[in-house]
Design a protein around this ligand. Structure first.
Ligand SMILES: [Zn+2]
Length: 220
């Protein structure tokens, strides 16, 4: 449908999903300017150690202009951004976590958030990442309570308290003895991924590793 595609391109000019720059043609890859952007993590910055998860691999700093595009992905009805971010995160996982997991899941939003937003961005990211890795993401966790957004809470202690006990594993048989890769969109203090990892381990997971597309710089 070439004509329909060009009409769409005029109505909604294609933009780079990493920096927002206007592009001639719609593509999922970072634009040329983005290829040398300073928001990409160096190999030394890509791995973040955890307590309940052994390590979390990330792809980029949560920094402008990517930060703006991540907010559009999360809050402004741009679920399609996951198709661009998944393959990039998959490359990181292939490099940093080879053979470290048996299954892939994500940190879910609550039913209330899902209803309001219309999609679960971490689920979409996990599904696109898994697809790029030649596998499938499986739902293992549920969020049992509606809580204020972690981004609305400044310090780590409040963030830990905010998510304490909010996740559950409805079917522990699916995680028992497994090494689980749990994914989220952004790693800030790690509170959310730690809580999700702890829930998975309490349900019987043998080991948990994590992945997040962005990590927040310490000075934010
Ligand atoms: Zn770009």
């Amino acid at each position: 449908m070439a004509i329909w595609d060009s009409v769409l391109d005029i109505l909604f000019p294609p933009r780079c999903k990493f920096c927002g720059a206007l592009m001639d043609k719609s593509t999922l890859a970072p634009c040329r300017k983005c290829e040398s952007a300073d928001f990409w993590l160096t190999p030394a910055q890509a791995l973040v150690p955890g307590t309940q998860f052994s390590r979390c691999v990330c792809a980029a700093w949560y920094r402008d202009p990517l930060r703006v595009e991540m907010s559009r992905f999360k809050f402004q009805n741009h679920p399609d951004h996951a198709k661009a971010y998944g393959p990039v995160l998959a490359r990181q996982i292939r490099f940093f976590l080879p053979g470290a997991y048996d299954c892939i899941t994500w940190v879910p939003v609550s039913d209330g958030t899902l209803k309001k937003r219309g999609y679960d961005q971490a689920r979409l990211l996990a599904e696109e990442t898994a697809k790029a890795l030649g596998t499938q993401a499986v739902p293992l966790l549920v969020k049992t309570k509606n809580t204020p957004a972690q981004s609305s809470l400044a310090d780590g202690r409040k963030r830990h308290k905010n998510v304490a006990g909010v996740y559950a594993v409805p079917d522990p048989a699916l995680v028992r003895g497994k090494r689980v890769l749990v994914m989220d969109d952004i790693l800030t203090t790690g509170a959310t991924l730690e809580e999700a990892a702890q829930t998975l381990r309490k349900a019987g997971a043998d080991q948990v590793v994590a992945a997040a597309f962005c990590r927040t710089p310490k000075d934010r």
